[in-house]
Design a protein around this ligand. Structure first.
Ligand SMILES: Cc1ncc(COP(=O)(O)O)c(C=O)c1O
Length: 364
């Protein structure tokens, strides 16, 4: 009996192929991988990503770190920690595995230092100084500011200066467009690392990475490791941005057509609680995902459990009770809404196997 819908089906062959393709690129350019596991939150995939070419895993939250620490002993927490409760959990974890945190404030550094110092055996927490290279979300604003924070880490107990952290989330588009933007990023990173070296501080790690820019990471010359997350599954944002094809999408929501009562429309059993309200980045009118079997259909409107699909441009209408495969706009928040995924590895079994989303809901 196939699993009930809606459920998230993972094609193992596609996920492994996406991963392999990235490893080939990394090998060619002498870069290391520290894959971001927030995309899938699954230990089994974390184990795969902690394999060849990997220096460890990235997580966004301490709860994700707790989970991924069971499969990997080198973690980067790519999120600022400024409160004692979280810092204490990081310090406890740092007694068991090597943990680094990307931070952009003295408060974060001091909070982590205090939490480590309060442990019976104080661990050393690695610090990467987060510098904004254009996305405008977190990160100190200038190379001089990055030096100031690096010097503060160097002078603080129980924390260890490991390097620089950037997130090129604004880097999208064609190779030419990305080259232009990444040239600016490269100049800023060169300035920062140059300043550090002049002041006797070594940025041993320069951590960057995203899925759209993954294959151009080498254009920022100082980068040592990259943190793409979405690449393992891909989604419609990755497809519409031109970074992969539908055939490279490993995660598909299997849904059932539950109503065709309204002319020109069918309803699928996936609404905002399954697909999320995330819009399409590169196609504002593209709707809330794509139905693989009906490319002309548009998932036009979502309520919690209903997806209203405009089928007026479809040569054939989806039938009541039919199962369809939907690729969401943004897979990462969809993963977080699933207790389990169905893992289809045709080399082992024609039936998908249920596996838990281990860090599902680990938002703290
Ligand atoms: C800090 C950081 N690093 C890496 C990533 C991974 O980027 P992507 O989802 O494009 O693979 C993200 C994604 O949001 C991020 O926030």
């Amino acid at each position: 009996m196939p699993p009930p819908t809606p459920h998230l089906l993972i094609d193992a062959e596609i996920a492994e192929r996406n991963h392999q393709r990235l490893l080939d690129y990394l090998r060619e350019h002498g870069l290391c991988l520290r894959a971001h596991t927030k995309t899938h939150k699954i230990k089994k995939l974390g184990e795969l990503q902690a394999g060849p070419m990997s220096v460890g895993l990235t997580v966004a939250k301490v709860g994700e770190a707790d989970v991924m620490a069971t499969v990997c002993d080198d973690l980067l927490l790519a999120y600022p920690i400024v409160d004692n409760a979280r810092a204490e959990r990081v310090a406890a974890l740092a007694n068991q595995v090597n943990i680094r945190v990307a931070v952009d404030s003295k408060l974060a550094i001091q909070t982590l230092s205090d939490a480590a110092g309060a442990r019976a055996v104080p661990p050393e927490i690695g610090i990467l100084v987060d510098m904004d290279v254009g996305y405008g979300r977190t990160g100190v604003q200038t190379p001089a500011d990055s030096l100031e924070l690096a010097q503060f880490v160097d002078a603080t107990q129980h924390v260890r200066l490991d390097g620089l952290f950037i997130y090129p989330g604004h880097v999208r588009g064609t190779l030419d467009e990305q080259t232009t933007t990444l040239t600016v990023v490269d100049a800023k990173v060169q300035q920062a690392t140059g300043l550090w070296l002049e002041h006797g501080l070594e940025p041993a790690i320069v951590s960057s990475g995203s899925t759209p820019s993954a294959y151009h990471s080498h254009l920022v010359r100082a980068v040592t490791e990259i943190r793409p997350g979405t690449y393992i599954y891909n989604d419609m944002n990755t497809v519409r941005g031109g970074y992969c094809t539908i055939g490279d999408c490993a995660a598909r929501l299997v849904c059932t057509v539950v109503s065709n009562a309204v002319p020109g429309q069918v309803v699928i059993d996936a609404g905002s609680k399954t697909l999320t309200m995330d819009p399409s980045i590169d196609g504002p009118n593209a709707g809330f995902g794509a139905i693989v079997e009906y490319p002309e259909a548009r998932i036009a409107r979502l309520s919690e459990e209903h997806g209203q699909v405009d089928i007026t441009n479809c040569p054939n209408a989806p039938q009541l009770g039919e199962r369809v495969h939907v690729i969401p706009n943004h897979i990462c928040p969809c993963s977080n809404l699933q207790n389990e995924v169905w893992w289809l590895d045709r080399t082992v079994n024609d039936e998908p196997q249920r596996i838990p989303v281990d860090a599902r809901g680990a938002l703290v």
